[in-house]
Ligand binder design. Structure first.
Ligand code: ME8
Length: 509
């Protein structure tokens, strides 16, 4: 059977520096969505990669006395290794220095040129090298780059231009008829008002440095790094190489990005695509910004958070969970050691961990390690099942709208009704009294835990598997289908449930 398709991307990250918590955040978010869509029975293509061209990379390499290619070959492993460590389940990885990508960029550049949407002209303005962007006098903030507040250089060069100004109306119409093209809404509004101000033609080639893809009809020019980088989303799924694969995944379901690179994705990119007669992506989701212990993360402050260190101290799933439990996805957040310790000890060890170990211990002690078919039910037991279904539905609704924070809240609401159910129905009393309702209560708790593990799976895949193992399920949660797992069921196909070590150990602050 042909599965429904889902295509999700992260930005491709610059390789002039090592990855930090910000890069990890976007990539984990994409991984969460990819895993969620897989348990919803989609075939997912999940693309990430590295942006290896441009003046920044050329300069970083020359500082180290190596070629840009050598720098890229060395730095790319920082990303590949980190994604492995964080259990990122990407299906594609693209480097912009690959041959398949050069072909696509040159093909598109030529096609857009032949159509008349790219022309040769001359450009002079303020250029910010770290942001790889030109700014007008009017856009500067007190003479500084409006994005990074560094001092820009005055540059003048012959340049190819993309007729972005011709697309103002078309883009506005597109935005008007696709209100969920850019999410969250605040970002949609930002982009719409920017476009309403009118678009200027965009310089799409450079002659001031060499490290890039050559403009096909004029080798003195290299293609503007953003024109090159954005095109990765096409190359990554086989554009020009495997049309069937490309057609089955395009339009992309979502480009996940940080709010810093919204304009490139939400303004330039759809216009490039329109010029090529390719449909724009379905959604662009721009999330918020992490600060560290209340401060902007920067090398000069020495507060850049190394994800390797966090994972070694707190654990992979704990880190993945924390990022999305702490801050609603879309808003800015602050990372602090206190906050992560608080979440681990409070939400995971106390609330969730206790629920798992109480349930497992009771099945082991009162039912000889097996759940039983429910024998006697009362209104409270029936209500428990109904409530659980309600939370699962809420969870799905939130996940489908990138509401990771709300989805996790539904899970914790479910945990709290489960903990309350144990307290009020006191299985130890039912056991002592030989009450047949014991099998029903334990059956309900077992089902609740099985479902919770699936709901948490996108966030904490390893912990979810541990929970499935602990409650005797023999299959892998990786292969679970939410549609099959969201209902209560009885099965004899489980292994004996025995005592376990805590799945969410407490940590010292
Ligand atoms: O911009 N908080 O690459 P980049 C949250 N190569 N997210 C953060 C963050 C922070 N403090 N810092 C970085 C580029 N990010 C281009 C992209 S795509 C065609 C080309 C994340 O290495 C966030 O996703 O500077 C942001 O958009 C991205 O890293 C920027 O990565």
């Amino acid at each position: 059977m042909n599965k429904k398709k889902y295509y999700i991307t992260t930005p491709i990250y610059y390789i002039n520096d090592v990855p930090h918590i910000g890069h990890a955040y976007t990539t984990i978010a994409a991984d969460i969505m990819a895993r969620y869509k897989r348990i919803c029975d989609y075939e997912v293509f999940f693309l990430t990669g590295t942006d290896e061209h441009g003046q920044k990379v050329e300069q970083a390499a020359s500082k180290q006395g190596i070629t840009p290619r050598e720098l890229a070959d060395r730095m790319v492993y920082g990303f590949i290794d980190l994604w492995k460590k964080l259990n990122i389940s990407n299906t594609g990885f693209i480097r912009t220095t690959e041959e398949r990508h050069r072909k696509v960029v040159q093909y598109i550049f030529k096609k857009v040129f032949e159509k008349g949407d790219i022309y040769l002209g001359e450009y002079e303005d303020w250029y910010c090298i770290p942001c790889e962007s030109y700014f007008t006098e009017f856009q500067l903030k007190d003479g500084k780059c409006p994005d990074c507040l560094r001092t820009p250089d005055r540059l003048k060069e012959e340049s190819y231009f993309f007729r972005l100004s011709d697309y103002t109306e078309r883009l506005l119409e597109y935005l008007e008829s696709h209100k969920d093209f850019i999410m969250p809404e605040i970002r949609y509004n930002e982009v719409t008002s920017f476009v309403r101000g009118g678009l200027r033609d965009l310089s799409v080639s450079r002659t001031s440095f060499q490290w890039g893809i050559k403009v096909p009809m004029n080798e003195r020019h290299v293609v503007y790094v953003w024109f090159d980088a954005l095109t990765n989303y096409l190359t990554g799924i086989g554009y020009l190489e495997d049309d069937e694969h490309f057609q089955s995944f395009w339009p992309c379901d979502v480009h996940l990005i940080g709010k810093d690179i919204l304009r490139f994705h939400a303004v330039y990119w759809p216009c490039f695509l329109m010029s090529m007669d390719i449909e724009p992506p379905r959604h662009i989701f721009a999330h918020g910004w992490w600060t560290i212990e209340g401060q902007k993360m920067s090398k000069s402050l020495g507060n850049v958070v190394d994800p390797h260190e966090i994972v070694e101290t707190y654990g992979v799933d704990e880190f993945r969970f924390f990022l999305f439990r702490e801050v609603p996805f879309g808003l800015d957040g602050d990372f602090s050691k206190n906050a992560i310790v608080g979440r681990i000890n409070g939400d995971l060890a106390n609330d969730f961990g206790n629920l798992v170990s109480r349930t497992v211990t009771m099945v082991n002690k009162f039912l000889k390690g097996k759940i039983e078919r429910p024998k006697k039910k009362n209104g409270i037991d029936e209500n428990f099942e109904i409530e659980t279904k309600k939370y699962v539905d809420e969870y799905k609704k939130s996940m489908d709208a990138f509401g990771f924070y709300k989805a996790l809240q539904s899970c914790f609401d479910m945990i709290s009704i489960m903990n309350r159910y144990i307290d009020s129905e006191a299985p130890w009393r039912l056991h002592r009294d030989g009450d047949e309702r014991l099998s029903t209560v334990m059956y309900n708790l077992w089902n609740g835990l099985r479902i919770l593990a699936v709901l948490f799976y996108p966030f904490m895949p390893e912990k979810s598997q541990k929970i499935w193992d602990a409650i005797g399920i023999k299959s892998s949660v990786d292969k679970a289908s939410l549609e099959d797992e969201e209902n209560f069921y009885y099965t004899e196909e489980i292994s004996e449930i025995t005592k376990i070590a805590p799945i969410f150990p407490r940590i010292e602050g």
